[in-house]
Write a protein that binds this ligand. Sequence first.
Ligand code: NAD
Ligand code: LMR
Length: 342
Amino acid sequence: ALRASIAPIAQKANQRSQYALQPQASYKVAILGAAGGIGQPLALLIKMSPLVSALNLYDIANVKGVAADLSHCNTPSQVLDFTGASELGNCLKGVNVVVIPAGVPRKPGMTRDDLFNINANIVKTLVEAVADNCPDAFIHIISNPVNSTVPIAAEVLKQKGVYDPKKLFGVTTLDVVRANTFVAQKKNLKLIDVDVPVVGGHAGITILPLLSKTKPSVSFTDEEVEQLTVRIQNAGTEVVEAKAGAGSATLSMAYTAARFVESSLRALDGDGDVYECSFVQSDLTDLPFFASRIKLGRKGIEAWIPSDLEGLTEYEQKALEALKPELKASIEKGIAFVQKQP
Ligand code: NAD
Ligand code: LMR
């Protein structure tokens, strides 16, 4: 009798879980560095996406357990683990979006550029594998220093003859999310409504929030502009210091990287209204790479949005000119790193 009474319930639950197992779309996403501080929560958030049918997790160690754990969530994507260089190619085959948070994070007292010596090589090796196995994929670079690792990735892809500048992105979404949060707090605005474009790069003064372009339109005193700008530029360091040696932003980074992945998947899926800020190859300034708002489409960047850089305040215009030498040097350092290799 008991069996008979639970049978319909079990059947219903079964139907529901079968329904839950149907993805709304069938995109394949890979995370390289998936067992790390960013990689793990990012994998969890991507596992929640109804647009993903396969989630491939790669790391040099500890990724088996992460994948086993995640695979028990009854959301559509199938989770697979890949460990070490010999499994990297298989991890990348047929992938639509590759996210790279592999590498070492900062400790207090370090700049992002201090990570160059270790992370440059990691990004170079991983992007070589991307070029060989999924050259059409959108590539999201999180590993720091982003101002150099994105140019490194571009050079590697060029050398492999598969560079598509519309599909290579430095993830700077965290700067936008921080700017939105801090501005909403300061001006007592509803968070969901606030949007601040952040341009330039992703380190110190190269991070330039365009507060005059905040939506909804708000006015700031000169002191507020200075205070908010400096806080947004130093927000990464704020987290590094609070973590006191245990690394840098991981949870807010995972949240923002998941947003950028979701935006990319929506664009791939034909949504014609997807805009994000990202550090990309760009003609908007005299620098070869520059973070700005871009429109995303099925083939990557559909448009770079120049209007954010028009009609800047004097403060913003000065800050834009002031960031250029540092950003230029970081870009050139990345390019030279690949070009100088034998
Ligand atoms: P973490 O040390 O917790 O994790 C890094 C992971 O990368 C580890 O699991 C490690 O095993 C893996 N890894 C190392 N070498 C690898 C290789 N050759 N191939 C594959 N995986 C490899 O660090 P984290 O906190 O996750 O940060 C990762 C990177 O992201 C750092 O460089 C950090 O500066 C950067 N970051 C960028 C932003 C941004 O806004 N773009 C924000 C936060 C952190
Ligand atoms: C951040 O902005 O939080 C990251 O770039 C990590 C860091 O080193 O600050």
